[in-house]
Design a binder for this molecule. Structure first.
Ligand SMILES: Cc1cc2nc3c(=O)[nH]c(=O)nc-3n(C[C@H](O)[C@H](O)[C@H](O)COP(=O)(O)OP(=O)(O)OC[C@H]3O[C@@H](n4cnc5c(N)ncnc54)[C@H](O)[C@@H]3O)c2cc1C
Ligand SMILES: O=C(O)[C@@H]1CCCCN1
Length: 388
């Protein structure tokens, strides 16, 4: 059966960003439809899984600043829906004391007056048992950081969107976008017309943008999401107040290694490498490279003596990376009523509520609440191929 409809806005892609954009649009009284290619909930994109880190500890002030309001928006959603989405764990940031990256994390926390604790080599093991701090590494804790219950968050925001009258159509893949003052969106089941379209297609962003003559410099990588078994159950448990952590650089890798306390699978701690191997999003499981797991095994053996240095569970997820690892939040350069949220580069979940708000503002032609210069498409210059 074919469906057609007229809307104020069509949002393409029901991951965390599209779901929050749709919710914000519905809150602004926009007749909104959210289209998703797979049956919801699914594990084929970037927003699935039980947990994500939320933090203000960043190298850049603009992220720490956006997170101020974002924490409030998460709390607002929790109150509105009567669910718990956030749990404070603190975030331990470790890295070579003299490296620029580690120092930037530390100074951003200080400048933005984020409650924090600096650990010395002497008191480190008293506060963080069962972890070896590498020689020359410093350690600070962002006290306000924690974990978000990701799957639950997605379900909640989609539910709130529907309560506001929003429509979700899953198992409905967008196959064409025809730009114009009224945009026509064709799917495997129908045709929709809307004053504006928001594209939040995660790893598939360039597939959709191809219909609009735009390609962004995005690289899709597969991440092996590894869980490691505690030798003594409970050693790294969220209930024992073990924190989440980020290692900014280590002996094993120049890229971050990060972890979350045991929570979703009792007795298993999640530790991953913040980089993976390139993949086609439709062929994710054909990418079988395990070099990230090798790096992690060496790291766990060196620094987490209470874990077995072999992953007990490996799941998959994808990052959509921009060259500078900053997001794309912008209007299409040729068609102002096509709004793009893409390239969340493996750190976008925590920003969902604020990304949704910004994409809604762009879609309504309002002045965005934040300076979007780090997120504009024009920063890519020569790398952005416009086929028009
Ligand atoms: C292993 C891992 C760990 C992470 N850790 C953190 C963390 O600790 N903290 C944090 O803040 N962030 C983290 N992130 C990043 C965060 O999860 C992502 O930035 C975020 O989920 C991206 O959401 P998205 O909505 O852009 O993409 P997606 O979730 O991929 O959503 C895009 C959706 O669009 C749909 N779609 C695509 N094409 C079409 C089409 N043609 N028609 C209809 N629908 C379509 C897809 O099916 C998909 O559902 C992590 C990511 C991974 C993979
Ligand atoms: O966004 C985050 O907070 C984490 C940090 C480490 C890499 C993966 N994403």
């Amino acid at each position: 059966m074919s469906t057609t409809g007229e809307y104020d806005c069509v949002v393409i892609g029901a991951g965390v960003q599209g779901s929050f954009a749709a919710y914000q649009l519905a809150k602004s009284n926009q007749r909104t439809i959210l289209l998703e290619q797979f049956v919801l909930p699914h594990t084929r994109g970037s927003s699935h899984g039980q947990t994500r880190i939320i933090r203000k500890a960043y190298e850049q002030d603009f992220y720490a600043h956006m997170m101020e309001e974002c924490y409030e928006l998460w709390a607002q959603l929790e109150r509105e829906a009567g669910v718990k989405l956030y749990r404070q764990t603190g975030l331990l940031v470790m890295g070579p004391e003299n490296s620029q990256k580690y120092q930037q994390f530390k100074s951003t926390l200080q400048r933005n007056k984020v409650p924090m604790v600096t650990l010395t080599r002497d008191n480190f093991s008293q506060h963080i048992p069962h972890v070896n701090l590498a020689e020359g590494d410093g350690a600070v804790v962002d006290i306000t950081a924690g974990i978000l219950y990701a799957d639950r968050a997605l379900k909640t925001v989609q539910g709130q969107f529907q309560k506001l009258g929003g429509i979700i159509r899953d198992k409905e893949k967008v196959t064409d976008i025809e730009p114009g003052p009224v945009v026509t969106v064709s799917t495997t089941a129908g045709v929709y017309r809307a004053k504006s379209v928001v594209i939040t297609a995660g790893p598939w962003a360039n597939r959709l943008l191809a219909h609009t003559g735009l390609q962004l410099p995005l690289e899709v990588v597969r991440i092996n999401v590894c869980y490691w078994k505690e030798k003594v159950p409970g050693s790294y448990d969220v209930k024992q107040r073990f924190p989440s952590f980020i290692l900014t650089e280590g002996e094993e890798s120049k890229d971050d290694i990060y972890g979350l306390p045991s929570n979703e699978y009792p007795g298993l701690m999640k530790i991953c490498h913040h980089m993976g191997s390139e993949t086609d999003p439709d062929q994710r499981d054909k990418q079988t490279d395990r070099s990230d797991i090798d790096i992690l095994q060496r790291y766990v053996a060196r620094c987490f003596p209470g874990l077995l240095p072999e992953p007990a569970v490996v799941e998959s997820c994808m990052y959509t990376l921009t060259p500078d690892r900053h997001f794309v939040l912008d209007c299409h350069p040729t068609y102002g009523n096509i709004v793009i949220g893409a390239g969340f580069s493996g750190h976008g979940f925590k920003f969902g509520p604020i990304v949704g708000k910004i994409l809604c503002e762009l879609s309504l032609g309002e002045v965005p609440s934040y300076d979007l210069s780090p997120f504009r498409i024009r920063r890519f210059q020569a790398k952005t191929k416009s086929a028009l």
